[in-house]
Design a binder for this molecule. Structure first.
Ligand code: SF4
Ligand code: F3S
Length: 108
């Protein structure tokens, strides 16, 4: 499957959700994940993300490897909800683009 990585945290642009043919995206307060049980590896979501947060699990950079499991777990979290239509990014999105260590800011 494809995986949403750290760049999304505190930005959540949501452009990705409009194009997914399987409606794989599941949303939390300041992050988005892909449900690996639904993703068909079509890759059309990848270029939609303005911060390049979506990668193939098979090609994920070492330092982002934890996000494979994070996506799988949060996709099943009952408080996280499927999202199929984009909306505005988070209020401080510009300030958080490319900031390292955003995993510490992930809200559940
Ligand atoms: Fe959806 Fe395709 Fe992206 Fe998987 S790779 S999340 S199926 S758009
Ligand atoms: Fe996140 Fe990029 Fe989608 S920032 S919400 S993965 S468009």
């Amino acid at each position: 499957p494809f995986v949403v990585t750290e760049s999304c945290i505190k930005c959540k642009y949501t452009d990705c959700v409009n194009v997914c043919p399987m409606e794989c995206f599941v949303e939390g307060p300041n992050f988005m994940v892909i449900d690996p049980a639904e993703c068909i590896d079509c890759s059309v979501c990848v270029p939609e993300c303005p911060v390049g947060a979506i990668v193939n699990a098979n090609e994920i950079p070492e330092e982002q490897a934890a996000f494979v499991e994070i996506n799988a777990q949060l996709a099943k979290d009952p408080s996280w909800k499927q999202i199929t239509r984009s909306r505005s990014p988070l209020a401080d999105h510009e300030a958080w683009v490319g900031v390292p260590g955003k995993l510490a800011h992930l809200q559940l």
